[in-house]
Design a protein around this ligand. Structure first.
Ligand code: NAD
Length: 328
């Protein structure tokens, strides 16, 4: 057994023994002020344990899942994100491969390396770390990835499949948000979900995911954005509010009503030096006095995004090898 797989086997033994969603919600919802805090770290740990289990199922069939990360940028934050993803892979037994390309190299070099990864059997998922250096046509680079290895779900073919109700890979942040809602026992079908933000990364794919038919879908979705008139009136009538605007504390407690579940996707660095901290798009302290449940920043959506990348990678490996996983 992989050393870290055994660690996860222990985690499962201790606390993640295929807990039904209704029981799980007590573990991930912690009472604070008036609202329950939806603990993204706890759910992400559960997802990683499931992934480690899936890796064992794949290993038993002679398959080692592999994720390639591609970096063509000098951005220190991107370098950190890539390192974190490699560490996440190692923890659950996924092989990771890192490809780094000089920022002054021609675009063709990036495309050649993507082509090589597309052709390589040991690679099940390819992640292009964005933003790419300015000289590169980023949409063209994302289109270059084999849609069957596009674990980020950004290839137009995968976007189209999600929109038309036949998803293959769903982007990791929306997938993580849906899982948080399910684990927190939120009844998604029929609920009024207001999403603030219409990005290709979060807002739009989340809207499409929650519109799919079935347990994690069938919601009534409104997508608000920077040109929305009277944001507060939309937020005020929602059962679930998801905020992904990248504007610190855009949503205040005056906009929110009791009974609402709030998912804060925003990550904003504010302050300088020792006062520097990460805050969300929701004014957390006051909102937690008003709503029913809320995700913290950090420790809410962020860990789920990372965990869902691992999940998409093992799902890809299983699909390629025609192996049915327990959780898929
Ligand atoms: P983006 O800049 O691509 O999109 C922001 C969206 O917010 C736009 O659609 C814009 O119309 C809308 N918006 C901006 N100001 C608004 C306002 N005043 N009122 C209403 N709508 C407004 O951003 P993104 O990539 O979707 O990311 C959003 C935030 O989520 C950022 O803080 C980002 O760092 C964070 N993020 C977090 C995770 C995670 O895993 N936790 C993942 C992705 C993004």
């Amino acid at each position: 057994m992989h050393a870290l797989s055994s660690t996860y086997a222990r985690i499962r033994e201790l606390k993640c023994e295929w807990v039904p969603v209704s029981d799980m919600s007590d573990a991930i919802r912690k009472r604070s002020g008036r609202a329950d805090v939806i603990d993204g770290e706890a759910v992400a740990e559960q997802v990683r344990a499931e992934v480690a289990d899936a890796v064992e199922q794949l290993e038993a069939a002679g398959v080692t899942p592999g994720l390639a990360t591609v970096l063509m940028s000098d951005d220190p934050a991107s370098e950190t994100y890539v390192r974190m993803k490699q560490r996440d892979c190692a923890e659950v037994g996924i092989e990771s491969r890192h490809v780094e390309i000089d920022t002054d190299a021609p675009q063709a070099e990036l495309f050649d390396r993507i082509d090589e990864l597309n052709a390589e059997d040991a690679i099940d998922g390819i992640l292009i770390q964005r933003p790419l250096t300015e000289s590169v046509d980023e949409p063209a680079a994302l289109r270059r990835v084999d849609p069957e290895k596009d674990v980020d779900g950004f290839h137009p073919e995968n976007v189209g499949r999600l929109v038309t109700g036949d998803p293959r890979f769903v982007p990791c942040t929306p997938l993580g948000i849906q899982r948080l809602l399910l684990e927190a026992d939120v009844e998604i079908p029929g609920s009024d979900v207001v999403i603030v933000g219409r990005s290709e990364l979060v807002g739009k794919p989340l809207a499409n995911l929650l519109l799919l038919r079935g347990k994690g879908g069938d919601a009534t979705v409104t997508v608000c954005h920077s040109k929305t008139d009277d944001l507060a009136s939309h937020i005020g009538r929602a059962d679930v509010v998801v905020v992904a605007a990248g504007v610190p504390e855009l949503v205040t407690d005056e906009m929110l009503t009791p009974g609402t579940v709030v998912i804060d996707v925003g990550i904003n660095a504010v302050g300088e030096g020792d006062d520097r901290e990460l805050i969300g798009d929701v004014a957390y302290e006051a909102a937690a006095e008003t709503v029913d449940a809320i995700t913290p920043v950090p420790g809410g959506v962020g860990p789920m995004t990372r965990a869902m990348l691992l999940r998409n990678t093992v799902v890809s490996a299983a699909r390629k090898a025609d192996i049915e996983l327990d959780f898929d």
